[in-house]
Design a protein around this ligand. Structure first.
Ligand code: S3P
Length: 437
């Protein structure tokens, strides 16, 4: 994909349904008695992988555009073949929790990227609960031999991961007693807790006052009842538009009906701390998730947005920005004092090694970047040059560097840009609809 520099961003967008929430909506619906309807279901390939796996498990799924009807006839059934999770770590880790509580065995597999991702983080606790998981030295394919009922456990997450938390909460639905999950390294996105509550499950949540740690618990076995879900626009998809508008002088952008769950919106606070003009209006709760409109005004002149010196993203703030860090590194090339990202080792374990991919692409564009094991540092503002960039098959790298290409001098070429479909197939069309050159 060739991308030319932009003058500014102008207009209004409404984004497809949130990927994280869509996965959870249909996974939970597949465990609920009756027929559930999910509106504005994510258009991502990842969520299509979740639907395909559920179909293999005997769940009736009817999809008309972005509306999905999910119904189960009694319980899940043993799949006739391996469940293909494609590129989706969320599908594999979250579905594993459900499979652990079944009275059959199933195999979860995926593409080359997914097959290289660490699964010990779910294998260990699921085995503590009584399931048996056969892996390839902690990596997929995973053969999960379910056990009924599971043993409830109290478990402190060794990595700040919403996928692991979700896996265990879903397994907890099939346990006899109280499954408690403690997050002491940072509080991750809470869409599963909210979705389970929306479907009528009693989920207990206790957070420390300064919100540095949190415990959630479910007492199984839990019966769920079918429900309607409206999925808000995907905040992570919105961030690419927000960054472009916040950096390009004269921009004015409105993003309607986007999810504003506080476990996802750290990016807004970080951009505001750099001087970005962001306004939030029309906030409301929809299906137990906060939703609203985000308005962004670009700087009046180049360089006006960023005040102050270098900022450092580290600790729990880095966890809360985990999907936005490559994009934030791009933003960091436009701040006078540069930007430092630390404590982000997990980025190396995503769809690709996102630290290495970000560093290589930024250097190709002429930025001065230092690479650390757990992050990177951008020394100072750079005049980005159009370049030949690589997505490394990773959707968030492709989209972050599309934003970089809009800011650059001269055209850029992004190889493997079709991978944006993993989370946001309409990305380039949507971007072109608000770019002015
Ligand atoms: C996700 C959790 C995060 C995130 C991923 C989606 C989720 O992964 O990076 O894109 O929907 O729960 P981890 O749980 O591995 O941090």
């Amino acid at each position: 994909m060739k991308i030319s520099p932009a003058r500014r961003i102008k207009g209004k967008v409404r984004l497809p349904g949130d990927k994280s929430i869509s996965h959870r909506a249909v996974l939970v619906a597949a465990l609920a008695n009756g027929e559930s309807h999910v509106q504005n279901f994510s258009t991502s390939q990842d969520c299509a992988s979740t639907l395909a796996c559920l179909r293999e498990l005997g769940v009736s799924i009817e999809r008309k555009g972005n509306d999905v009807c999910v119904a189960v006839n009694g319980s899940l059934r043993a799949p006739a073949k391996s469940l293909d999770c494609g590129n989706s770590g969320s599908t594999m880790r979250m579905l594993a929790g459900i499979l652990a509580g079944q009275d059959f065995a199933a195999t979860l597999t995926g593409d080359n990227s997914l097959q290289s991702r660490p699964m010990k983080r779910i294998i260990e606790p699921l085995e503590m609960m009584g399931a048996r998981v056969v892996s390839q030295q902690g990596r997929p394919p995973l053969r999960i031999e379910g056990h009924r009922p599971l043993e409830p456990i109290t478990y402190e997450l060794p990595v700040a991961s919403a996928q692991v938390k979700t896996c265990l909460l879903l397994a907890g639905l099939f346990a006899n007693g109280r499954t408690e999950i403690r997050e002491t390294l940072g509080i991750t996105r809470d869409h599963t807790e909210r979705m389970l509550q929306w479907f009528g499950a009693p989920i207990e949540i206790v957070q420390t006052r300064e919100k540095r740690s949190s415990t959630c618990a479910v007492v199984g076995p839990v019966g769920l009842t079918a429900h309607q879900v409206r999925v808000p626009g995907d905040f992570s998809s919105a961030t690419f538009f927000i960054a472009a508008a916040a950096l390009l002088p004269g921009s004015e952008l409105e993003i309607e009906a986007v999810g504003l769950n506080p476990t996802r919106t750290q990016f807004l606070a970080t951009l505001r701390s750099l001087g970005a003009k962001i306004e939030i209006t029309a906030t409301r709760e929809d299906c137990n998730e906060p939703v609203g409109t985000v308005r962004i005004q670009g700087p009046a002149s180049p360089g006006e947005m960023q005040e102050g010196s270098a900022i450092t993203i580290e600790g729990q703030v880095a966890d809360r920005l985990i999907d936005e860090l490559p994009l934030l590194a791009v933003v960091g090339t436009q701040t006078p004092g540069g930007l430092v990202i630390r404590d982000a080792r997990e980025l190396r374990l995503k769809e690709t090694d996102r630290i290495a991919a970000t560093v290589k692409n930024l250097r190709a564009m002429g930025a001065q970047v230092e690479e650390y094991e757990d992050g990177l540092a951008i020394a100072r503002r750079a005049r980005l040059q159009g370049a030949r960039l690589d997505s490394y098959g990773d959707h968030r790298i492709a989209m972050a560097f599309s934003v970089a290409a809009l800011l650059a001098e001269g055209d850029s070429e992004i190889f493997g840009s079709e991978c944006v479909a993993i989370s946001f197939p309409e990305f380039f069309d949507c971007l072109e609809s608000v770019v002015e050159r």
